[in-house]
Design a protein around this ligand. Structure first.
Ligand code: BGC
Length: 893
């Protein structure tokens, strides 16, 4: 027995928070747009819809001065303004915490402030279009852009995206929701076809975009690179016209992501409105299509209207951008959001907060703990200033407390995105020609692939762990600032040679490896260990040739031809015997160039129990101090997913060693997503997830560590125990087979999947501890409101501990009645409540009809099946404190 079919069942995020007078419902705006349009020539219309390459902006559209239409000056996002024009504020803007950190606050009020900072700074730095926020659902645990969006749940994404957009657009700046749609992996993002069923699209991937339109009044949408069900997103009529325009009511414009438009008439007729960054398939070709009748004048007019509507409606014609100083208090906003987003994952024995007066010495450890770290790619912001975790702890520690720092492992670069064994640490390498005290290898780089002529660059490299191409674009590289830059002449094809010695920390059998794309050879003692002894030009891909085996051991090949190969050989090394090392490498495969550049790593696997001297030193420091704080990081960026969930560059071993040396160890994770902690999770007493916490990250981490701030962040995505223990389990699902990635898990994304598959995550969705404790009580529910079907759920939260704290109370709905399978638990609401010790407060949440519904494909609408549904209230998706049942009435009752 069912049920109404409603195509447009309330708002997707369960709120009705629409503006009273949005640009897209204003007759005055429409009139003005018509007046402008009627004065435009066909050439001007084509001009407006075709982007212009301009080095000063993310994307750019030159002004139509005759008509008073300003330039569209665009900047990336999403976690601050990425200023391409170095003359503006030295290219610097406030680096907010990454959106995933904002998501961990679960706080729409902070989201609005976040958006306000973005809009104000975009405008003050000469931009009137902001390329963000992003609402790509975190589907795969290794996703490279997880840090740029709001996690794995559509309701949480929707509730945060809308206020961010409104904050941006409270200035004369258009927000752009991206990447529409189903852009959930970076692996082969430009070509991959995401095969996803309609119900999943409707329930999981589209609601945040829908909310951006309906509740955020977003001006612009960025079409994704990937295909969706066979058609590129930028020429996907279903997505761009049927859903976005006809069903969600979007009246703004869609721009292509960078080069994501693949056609002329197809994309224009499907609903794309502006090609970016320049004329690839539009411009003259669109003119031709117009002349041939493949694109109608009416279609072109509609494209122009859509661009002009928010441009006019948000006041861009009256308010030309004004470059000026950045508002003073933005750094404080950045810090507040960073503090609110830190998640206390574990706190055995109440190690945290550290009592300033009893801790006399603190060892701060971590490869980049002495700098602020950020996610890379187009989302990388050049910060106004930074506070590193080390700075933050030093400043906050009590007078007289000794704070000592050791990195333990080498600084991180985009090399961390390569697969294969970790790179050989610099603490066992000595460069050729050095004075014996220097670490690393002597490096020579050529701009040709044949090692010919004078090298372009000569220096000492700590490690051989290069990943250039896209990651070496100026302003995109999130490598440690301690590493010298690689000149852009070496971004694409090149060659390099590294020479020096390797001294083992102990006698034993070591695996040495090369991971590379192109041509590579490793010599030990002048003998070829890995690679073929032919000239660079002759070698396309290495094979298990006998020459490679001599004289050391077994050769192991892994990987596909166009992915980097890893070859491993076992070598017996003695502690007192330095061994000459030479690595020759050419980035010379045909696919290497502008995007995929040099990829080479010299890796190792030491015998069990053998540690590098730098790890041993860090552990010794930790043992000498009262407490150790280990700050570990990942390298994440668009253009690649992480190769796995382990911490890169020897950090797993570092955490384990420090945790063994001092049980009073706190681990701070500065990553955008989950980490496999199998190797060390039992060691440190306390664990904080700090994300990429923006320019004030050190202050925020220190505030939580010392208890000035009581942590209240909750995970916006599940942390699995390992990659194998997530709902994404087949190669079809990820990374895809033959260019197609099949979303066979359907709606069972994130915690929905962990619940149905009965997987036991390390930390579940919604998890986050506090220095105080909360009790839940007295759950009541109203009957559904006859006007819109919403249900009011009310309960009491009490602070039962000894500190003031904030709880994010979460409300989940259980399986819906009827035959159609639905997940056992879905987020339907949440609220913050800040309570003093002993204080309690009643919280009332409204559950939208949409949350009690599923998408009925055959009927093309939302169905609310009648019958009993569990209402669960708790402190995480796996820590439910109160349960009751609501009986959803049949229609009309
Ligand atoms: C990214 C977009 C970004 C654009 C412009 C693309 O590579 O996917 O998110 O806005 O570049 O920088």
């Amino acid at each position: 027995m069912t049920s109404v079919i409603e195509p447009d069942l309330s708002s997707p995020d369960g709120t009705d928070g629409e503006s009273t007078d949005p640009w897209h419902r204003s007759p005055a705006v429409d009139d003005r747009v018509e007046a402008l349009l009627s004065g435009m020539t066909p050439a001007e219309k084509i001009e407006l819809v075709t982007g212009d390459i301009n080095v000063d902006y993310g994307f750019y559209k030159a002004p139509l001065a005759r008509l008073g239409i300003p330039a569209l000056t665009m900047c990336d996002g999403p976690s601050g303004v990425r200023i391409n024009k170095r003359s503006v504020n030295g290219g610097r803007a406030t680096a907010l915490p990454a959106p995933i950190a904002l998501a961990a606050t679960w706080d729409p009020v902070l989201a609005a402030r976040y958006g306000d900072v973005l809009g104000a700074e975009a405008f003050a730095t000469g931009h009137n279009v902001f390329l963000g926020p992003a609402v790509d659902i975190a589907r795969v645990p290794v996703g490279g852009r997880t840090f740029e969006s709001f996690g794995e749940d559509p309701l949480l994404q929707a509730r945060l995206a809308a206020p961010v957009i409104r904050g941006i657009q409270s200035h004369p700046v258009q927000a752009t929701i991206k990447h529409y749609a189903v852009n959930n992996q970076e692996h082969h993002r430009a070509t991959v076809d995401a095969e996803v069923d309609e119900r999943t699209l409707r329930e999981i991937y589209l609601p945040p975009f829908e909310a951006a339109v309906r509740n955020g009044d977003v001006a612009a949408v960025m079409g994704a690179f990937n295909k969706v069900n066979g058609d590129f997103a930028c020429e996907n009529r279903l997505l761009l016209t049927d859903l976005l325009r006809r069903q969600f009511g979007f009246r703004g414009w869609v721009m292509s992501d960078y080069g994501a438009n693949h056609s002329t008439a197809e994309s224009a007729n499907a609903g794309l409105d502006q090609e970016q960054p320049g004329a690839g398939h539009w411009g003259q070709q669109l003119r031709q299509a117009l002349d041939d009748g493949r694109v109608s004048p009416a279609t072109l007019d509609e494209m122009v209207r859509r661009i002009l509507r928010p441009t006019v409606g948000l006041g861009l014609l009256e308010h030309p951008v004004e470059i000026g100083p950045l508002p003073e208090d933005h750094s404080r906003v950045s810090r507040e959001i960073a503090e609110a987003g830190i998640v206390l994952l574990k706190n055995d024995g109440g190690l945290l907060p550290l009592a300033g007066d009893t801790v006399r010495s603190i060892a701060v450890i971590g490869p980049d703990a002495d700098e602020a770290v950020f996610g890379g790619g187009s989302g990388l912001v050049n910060p106004v200033h930074t506070v590193s975790p080390l700075d933050g702890i030093r400043r906050r520690a009590a007078a007289g407390t000794i704070v000592e720092y050791l990195p333990g492992t080498d600084p991180l670069s985009a090399g961390a995105l390569l697969p294969g064994p970790d790179p050989v640490p610099s603490s066992i390498l000595t460069p050729e020609g050095g004075d014996g005290s220097e670490l690393g290898l002597h490096a020579e780089y050529w701009t040709n692939t044949g090692f010919t002529g004078d090298p372009h660059l000569v220096r000492t490299d700590l490690q051989v762990d290069l990943n250039l191409g896209f990651f070496n674009f100026p302003g995109f590289n999130a490598a440690s600032a301690k590493l010298p830059e690689i000149p852009t002449e070496l971004t694409g094809q090149m060659s390099a040679r590294w020479t020096g010695t390797l001294t083992a920390p102990a006698d034993g059998d070591y695996e040495l490896s090369l991971t590379w794309l192109g041509t590579a050879r490793l010599y030990v003692d002048d003998q070829l260990l890995i690679g073929l002894a032919a000239s660079a030009q002759d070698i396309a891909a290495p094979t298990a040739s006998p020459t490679s085996l001599y004289p050391y051991g077994q050769l192991v090949l892994q990987g596909a031809a166009s992915e980097p190969e890893t070859v491993t050989a076992t070598v017996r090394l003695l502690a007192d015997r330095p061994r000459p090392i030479r690595i020759e490498y050419a980035a010379d495969s045909p696919e290497q160039g502008f995007l995929t550049g040099a990829q080479i790593r010299f890796g190792w696997r030491p015998p069990n129990g053998v540690r590098s001297p730098s790890v041993t030193a860090a552990a010794a420091l930790a043992a000498r101090c009262d407490t150790a704080v280990v700050v570990v990081r990942a390298y994440e960026s668009e253009h690649a997913d992480r190769p796995g969930l382990h911490l890169p560059n020897g950090q797993d071993e570092l955490v384990r060693a420090v945790g063994e040396a001092n049980p009073r160890t706190v681990v701070v994770l500065t990553t955008g997503g989950p980490v496999d902690m199998t190797n060390w999770h039992d060691r440190p007493a306390a664990l904080l997830q700090a994300w990429y916490a923006g320019q004030e990250q050190g202050s925020a981490i220190a505030a939580v560590v010392f208890g000035d701030v009581n942590p209240s962040g909750k995970l916006p995505l599940t942390f699995p125990r390992s990659l194998a223990e997530s709902p994404i389990r087949t190669a079809e699902q990820y990374p895809g087979v033959d260019g197609t990635v099949r979303y066979t898990e359907g709606i069972l994304v994130g915690y929905r999947g962990y619940d149905v598959l009965q997987l036991d995550p390390l930390y579940p969705f919604g998890h986050g501890l506090s220095y105080t404790a909360f009790a839940y009580d007295d759950l009541t529910i109203s009957s559904p409101d006859p006007s819109d079907g919403t249900v009011a759920v009310s309960f009491v939260v009490r602070n039962t501990g000894e500190r003031t704290g904030t709880e994010v109370a979460q409300l989940y709905l259980g399986t819906l009645p009827g035959e159609v399978p639905t997940p056992p638990r879905q987020l339907a609401g949440f609220a913050q409540v800040t309570l003093d010790p002993g204080q309690s407060q009643r919280v009332t949440l409204s559950v939208a009809r949409r949350s009690m519904s599923y998408w009925h494909v055959a009927a093309g609408g939302w169905v609310t099946p009648p019958g009993p549904v569990a209402i669960e209230v708790g402190t995480s998706s796996r820590d439910i404190r109160l349960v009751t049942t609501i009986v959803v009435p049949a229609t009309g009752q």
